[in-house]
Design a binder for this molecule. Sequence first.
Ligand SMILES: C[S@@+](CC[C@H](N)C(=O)[O-])C[C@H]1O[C@@H](n2cnc3c(N)ncnc32)[C@H](O)[C@@H]1O
Length: 208
Amino acid sequence: MPRPDAEKNTRSCYGVKILTSQHKDIRRIKRDQESPSLHGNKFWGSSYLIMDYLEKNPLKKDCKVLELGCGWGLAGIYCAKTFSARVTGIDADDAVFPYLQIHALHNGVEITTQHCYFEKISSEQLSQYDVIIAADICFWDDLAATVYQLINRACKAGVGKIIIADPERPPFFDMAQRCVDQYYGELLQRTVDEPRRASGCLLVIENN
Ligand SMILES: C[S@@+](CC[C@H](N)C(=O)[O-])C[C@H]1O[C@@H](n2cnc3c(N)ncnc32)[C@H](O)[C@@H]1O
């Protein structure tokens, strides 16, 4: 599945071009700006689980997608590239956005970004989206309640589908179990082997 690209220090996976840490553009960003401070310092494997799931469960063309805790934003870039989705990436750490935008540029897509904490995303804002995706955003204990409340707002605001991937950290399961009980969410185990092994769980809520 992954294939080395003609361009140096890049690889392709699920049709998305990913720059390695050796790529000149990544090195330039690392050199010129402060490092991300909330674990957005690299691209995490759970995004592959979302891409793998969406390969088999495609989104409608041109839908509006919100990526929460987007970091480098590769799952959102995948949606923009594969489904012509209109994607917004939200993150509390604006130091991640240059990494997202350089990947968007290399992939020929446009992604809107917004600097915002989960707690501050309003119901009105959430109501503008068809789909929410998120990878590895429940990594501290207190994020379980924060993310649950955010999903609660999103469901009440009418977001049609929510997909959250995680490497199976305990706070994720705390949050996910509440969503299974409240919104009939489904928990799906998933493993991908390429471009590197990633395994974990997807919480999928169909909110129709
Ligand atoms: C483990 S990283 C995952 C990044 C990306 N989703 C990925 O899979 O590569 C967690 C991301 O969530 C963001 N984040 C953490 N707490 C947040 C909060 N309360 N509100 C918004 N973003 C937050 C971090 O800045 C970081 O980019």
